[in-house]
Design a protein around this ligand. Sequence first.
Ligand SMILES: [Zn+2]
Length: 302
Amino acid sequence: MRRNRTLILCYHRVAEGVKDPFYLCVSPGNFASHLEEITRGREPSTLADVSVPSRRPRVVVTFDDGYSDNLTHALPIAASKGVPITVYVTSGILENHGGLWWDRLATLLRSRPPQVREIDLPVGSRKLRLPLGSRGIRADLDSVRRHLLPLPVTEIERALDAVSEQWQVSSAPPPDAGTLTAEDLRLLTASDTVTIGAHTADHVRLRDRPTQEQQDTIYGSKDELEQAIGRPVPHFAYPFGGRDAFDDRSVDAVRSAGFDTACTTLPGTARSSTDPYRLPRRMVMDWGRLRFRVQMQRWKLG
Ligand SMILES: [Zn+2]
């Protein structure tokens, strides 16, 4: 029974010594240990095989968003361990090198002038004022991020531009949070280890957005990536991926765009009966080998 299960892992970044308020970054040493653990008695696999029965439990390694360290750090390690990876790319980053908005927000909050105790976010025609600084940067990030999440990304970017202007500080993400360029994407695609997947054009939270807007960003990411790499892009991952990140219209749009699979970040392992447009994934953190091993056991693939 267990043998027909596929555990899909969700990574974002592989880098050393990064100040990472989102806990999305795994060190190269830990990533190598994870892959070594994965290959012990299990079958490193890809999403193309997720519904095909297998004699050994399968593990699929995925990356979200499109950070450039996926090419510089994750790929060499994955290739040396013989573990395929799927990289879900937010297609808009190929043209816009200003960084992903949550990294810009982290930069802004880190460089907040000491006398500033609140943030004024222009949202549509109103101003949203939130208190800052009483519970630390992590709490500030959570609070501001929660208010920005439901907005269209252009509006989020505008709000961050306004704060940057108001505080007279840069909102450029640190160089280690760089995103993939078109040339990086070509290099990733050239490797047998990598499958490119789509992650919308702008990384909007899809849920409750108008149908047309959802279709535009979902279809758009497939078209842009297919044009950029010159091959089909049959796999998709919902931005943010949780229960409040997408709705039935998002699933319909992904299906009608012609994707074969779509990953969430809902917990669980996939079986052959799992809806291919609601595949569960497990978020991986910067765990050492033993902690990762325990985690794999907890996820019933030990
Ligand atoms: Zn994402």
